[in-house]
Design a protein around this ligand. Sequence first.
Ligand code: ATP
Ligand code: MG
Length: 728
Amino acid sequence: MDVSHILDELNEPQREAVTSDAPHALVLAGAGSGKTRVLIHRLAWLIQVQHESPLSVLAVTFTNKAAGEMRERAQQLLETSTRPLWIGTFHSIAHRLLRMHWREAGLPENFQILDADDQQRLLRRMIREEGYDENQWPARQAQWFINARKDEGQRPAAIETLDNPLTETWTQIYRLYQDYCDRAGLVDFAELLLRAHELWLHNDDLLAHYRQRLQHILVDEFQDTNTIQYAWVRLLAGDTGSVFVVGDDDQSIYGWRGARVENVRQFTRDFPHVQTVRLEQNYRSTGNILSAANALIANNEGRLGKNLWTAGSDGDPIRLYSAYNEQDEARFVVSQLEQWMSEGRRADEAAIVYRTSAQSRLFEEHLRRQGVPYRVYGGLRFFERAEVKDALAYLRLVLNPNDDAAFERVINTPARGIGQKTVATLRLQARESGLPLWQAARAGLEQGVLTGRARTTVQAFVELILAMRERLGDWTLGNQMQGVIDMSNLPSHYEKESREKMEARLENLSELVNAADSFVLPADDEEAGMTVLQSFLSRAALEAGETQGEDWEDCVQLMTLHSAKGLEFPLVFMAGLEDGLFPHQRSVQESGGRLEEERRLCYVGMTRAMENLYLSYAEVRRMFGSESYARPSRFLDEMPAEHLQEIRPRAGVARPFVRSTPVAARRSAVADPSQPYQHGERVRHQKFGEGTVVSFEGQGEHARVQVNFHEAGAKWLVLAYAKLERSG
Ligand code: ATP
Ligand code: MG
């Protein structure tokens, strides 16, 4: 067996970690030292050299995007299919388990995922209905309370209220909410994790089965695991499993959401004979970037302590720009970007990162003005848009009419004359009889609870859903999607809006049909026994919380610091370095280590940069409708001046804004880099077979390609879903 290629391109400590024969291992190392790389090589090592079955490996990462990359890189190393491997986020793996073992988990077969937005909506309604004062008991806070308890593994009965009336009420709301979700077959994100944990905890046979099977557990970004995730890993490992985790305490940035960096230390106590490996060589960033980041993070206390160095050159100094206002900042960033692109570099090698998602808007405006393609991570994504969720709600009802969240969403969308009062009657019926709304509605019709106009309209709605179920049952997914849109007459709902808005919504609906049309049941969902419809709906819900961004597109990447974790870019702009914005006001006021978490966030941001890093702040910023003067971020003072070079604002602003070649002109002169496929290129689709690209439109998740398939004819496909392969 030729193992050299797995160990090639690894340094000594990396090799040591990859080939460790200790029962458990912890790789504790700073940013860019190759932790993720080690984890992937470990996976390949286990399978190819140790001849462990691919079925015995479970690899967990932080985002779906990271999971996709991990699978791809493992595939390259292994040169075989990675299909049997379980690679995913904690959420996606928990979801998969619950689908496979819904009965043991106490769930209905067609349980639905409740995304964050639906969860809040549901809570708001319940709080109102139960007669609580919404101002005193806001839904947002209830959501926070419930999710935090679930992340701690607590059911309402386990919460110690200590006679605190506040805690008692929140706990009561949690209880009502959970009863409701259980009746309706709804599972929120936190519930996925908690229930997957309970699934094993309460089913000895099942636990024994998975312990036997998943012998090797690998976890990336371990510093950001929360209590329930840690407990889940521990339970699965038992006394026999082998756990390999990689992480960096300096990059723990989800404390505010329940992540426990203590888990890193706890790990070496809870698991016997842990081999700890430290990596100290950084392969990502230039000397200047690394030294400044090291100096910054040295201001935190209680670190596990690491020393990062690079064999690379010092590179350029970090550029610091003090803009006179936020407009000037955006203009500066975009002009530097254009400069970079005019030197022949790609747009997608650059990222603009910021503390709060609202900051993206100005950059977007300036990028659009200059014709620079960009993509925002963390904005309102396709599956979060209202019309998309409306159409999906119909489909969810077709699958499971007891899905109350879906029922509520569309009972009067489009308007069919069912008033709030009628809906309230149905809710009351449902609550009193302990039935889902759908069944309450049917019972109400039979027993004559509903009369007059209410009766006719509800009857019509019930019949509509029944007709959909009957007619669409065995259609293809794409036709089902189109079918529910047509039969529900959903487009009419948006007619009252402005023309552009309505058109955008209709476009989104037709994209949704395209997405359904080209959706191919992923292998792991198929193995989990899901139908195409179940799989599509669950993926839509799971992905609503995360970007759909595809790697192929040549776009500047805009994202919050939180979503930049684990990624790397040759050019990084970190904007808005002002006290109050970054570090964020809350963290400055609050105690409890929040400021240190902000500093780690700054460290994460800086260490994303490989070659060039720009930092900027505005002297005046318009926020919440008024202008305010800000002090440059205290973090800037913590970076040694020798690594920074200030760019005088006047030079940056006064210089006339000329470009020799406008970006737009440059882009059309060469093969358009924003288009992943060229006209005439041959591609392959899993379902439609071979074809030729004939046309292309849109960007990001809107991107669609028209392919003329040899067998199936011409089709428009949503790229993000079509999974096209190049052929020939
Ligand atoms: P982060 O903490 O940001 O998640 P990381 O520790 O996971 O970073 P990686 O992303 O695995 O680091 O690696 C950083 C970069 O260094 C990658 O581009 C990787 O390919 C490269 N790299 C890591 N180890 C080596 C090596 N031994 N030789 C060459 N390049 C390496
Ligand atoms: Mg990593």
